[in-house]
Design a protein around this ligand. Structure first.
Ligand code: NAD
Length: 490
């Protein structure tokens, strides 16, 4: 195990100040500079793919294929997308105006926010650090990265390699745990982007409030998957099994629990059991395709949850602390109030709640916090729509799970306690930009402005009203009765 050198506390304010100074110097503004940094980030990931995979294997036994799909592959896609589209994303966006501004240039300019802080979580330690950084760099900010100290090997490797590939004056790393992050949060940033638990999210938001710093919070929650009796049980079982046991269940959008319509629960369990065997063989512990729990704290937390459940363990249930191993586990007939329905599981244990009517499931979900993801498995798209229409969540997928994270242009984020703000693709660029409203006028023809200068008269007011509701902006007068009234008064 490598040891991760934490940044000395007294150095942190200077690191942040240097990034502010770099931003003020203007070097991050030209689009070419930003593209160079994005190319550097891309090459960092591509050229060191194997070393990063090894680091992730040491952190939590992450299988190489899972690593490529969910970490290096996604980061590289984000970089390529941003390099390709940056000119378009950063271009001035003209705004349609009424008659009154018809001679003016009215647009928004996408401007960098300044110096931003990105705090990553351990479960996709490279992705959750560098994917948001793509948006921050593309938008022209200086960026401070704080990797999760829990994924030690990944944090140490990215710290060593990053300065070789990008300009350290504008992109920097600080390492540490609670003490270092606390000092970081005392500094003033122009945006904080945080991924992790809701409890720490509250700490981040209250620290940010002291400086009126805007935040993006990518949090978690209990993401339900509804399974209707009309579904193709075999396909649903296969897709649910890979989504739940990918990265050993340590995904913020893994299905946290199932709400299954009565009648198909046994077949679903049997099919999932068969798919677990197909994926990982008869001995899951010796499979190269199955990850481990990240550390002892999380292992013990999961073990306690499992010991306390009143549901019936129908698949798996074996654990081995020395190897941080928990086998894929299904727990049937879990009732509201159970230990497995209390807080986010974040591990390879899947409780199954059986209901007569999925509407009971909808009512159950609506009693809790809005989840980060909600899944519906059904052949009946009308039913799926009905469930989606009557619930709230950050994201939705019908007839699959987890795929919403890897579609580059689909904004990703939570709502309510599962987070605020979103990113990926252009949305990342927008998140780290300020759309600066701009009006550019000429100095000629000021006589046209007479109607807005005092002394005010009834006639001037009527003209102004007519111009404000002009056809140019609001279409024909029949859909625009205000303009008709105003014209009649003239
Ligand atoms: P974690 O332990 O890696 O913590 C996240 C970050 O917060 C780390 O960088 C850590 O140093 C910092 N931190 C921890 N305690 C702190 C404190 N008291 N003050 C300041 N900073 C502190 O990760 P975690 O919190 O265990 O992550 C798991 C949670 O994150 C789950 O709820 C999961 O659903 C959520 N998550 C969400 C997403 C998403 O994209 N929405 C992705 C991954 C994980």
């Amino acid at each position: 195990m490598v040891s991760l050198a934490f940044t000395p506390l007294k150095e942190i304010p200077k690191v942040v100040q240097d990034l502010h100074d770099t931003f003020q110097s203007g070097i991050t503004r030209p689009l070419e500079y930003r593209k160079e940094q994005l190319k550097g980030l891309h090459n960092l990931v591509q050229e060191n793919e194997e070393a990063f995979r090894e680091a992730a294997f040491l952190d939590s036994h992450k299988p190489p294929t899972e690593y490529m799909i969910s970490e290096t592959g996604t980061i590289r896609q984000e970089c390529i997308d941003a390099i390709k589209n940056l000119d378009k994303w950063a271009a001035k966006k003209p705004i349609k105006t009424g008659l009154i501004n018809s001679l003016d240039n009215v647009y928004t300019r996408m401007e960098p926010l300044g110096t931003v802080l990105i705090i990553g979580a351990w479960n996709y330690a490279l992705n959750l650090l560098l994917a948001p950084a793509v948006g921050a760099i593309a938008a022209g900010n200086t960026v401070l990265l704080k990797p999760s100290e829990v994924a030690t090997h990944t944090a140490a490797l990215v710290t060593k390699l990053l300065p070789v590939y990008v300009d350290r004056r504008s992109i920097h790393i600080v390492n540490g745990g609670v003490a270092e992050t606390t000092v970081l949060l005392e500094q003033k940033f122009d945006h904080i982007f945080y991924t992790g638990s809701g409890n720490v999210g509250k700490v981040i938001m209250s620290a940010a409030a002291k400086h009126l710093t805007p935040v993006t919070l990518e949090l978690g929650g209990k993401s339900p998957a509804f399974v209707s009796a009309d579904v193709d049980v075999n396909v649903a079982a296969r897709r649910l099994a890979i989504a739940k046991f990918f990265n050993c269940g340590q995904s913020c959008i893994a299905p946290d629990y199932l709400i299954v319509q009565r009648g198909i629960e046994e077949e679903l369990v049997n099919r999932m059991r068969a798919h677990i065997q197909e994926f990982y063989g008869a001995s899951v512990q010796t499979s190269d395709s199955y990850a481990r729990i990240v550390n002892r704290n999380h292992f013990q937390r999961l073990q306690k949850m499992l010991e306390a459940t009143k549901g019936k363990v129908v698949v798996g249930g074996e654990t081995q602390e020395s190897d941080l191993f928990i086998t894929p586990t299904l727990v049937l007939n879990v009732q509201p109030g159970d230990s497995l329905l209390d807080s986010e599981i974040f591990g390879p244990i899947l409780p199954i709640m059986v209901v007569d009517d999925l509407k009971e499931g909808v009512a159950y979900v609506n009693k809790g916090d809005q989840p980060l993801a909600l899944y519906v498995y059904s052949r009946n798209f009308k039913l799926a729509d009905e469930i989606v229409d009557n619930t709230r969540s950050g994201t939705v997928v019908v007839n699959d799970s987890m795929v919403q994270f890897v579609i580059p242009d689909l904004p990703f984020g939570g709502t309510g306690p599962s987070g605020m703000g979103s990113y990926h693709g252009q949305k990342s660029f927008d998140t780290f930009s300020h759309a600066r409203s701009t009006v550019v006028k000429g100095l000629g023809m000021d006589q046209f402005n007479n109607i807005r200068y005092p002394p005010y008269t009834e006639k001037k007011m009527s003209w102004l009203e007519w111009i404000m509701f002009s056809k140019a902006k609001y279409g024909p007068n029949k859909e625009n009765p205000g303009a008709e009234d105003a014209k009649a008064k003239l």
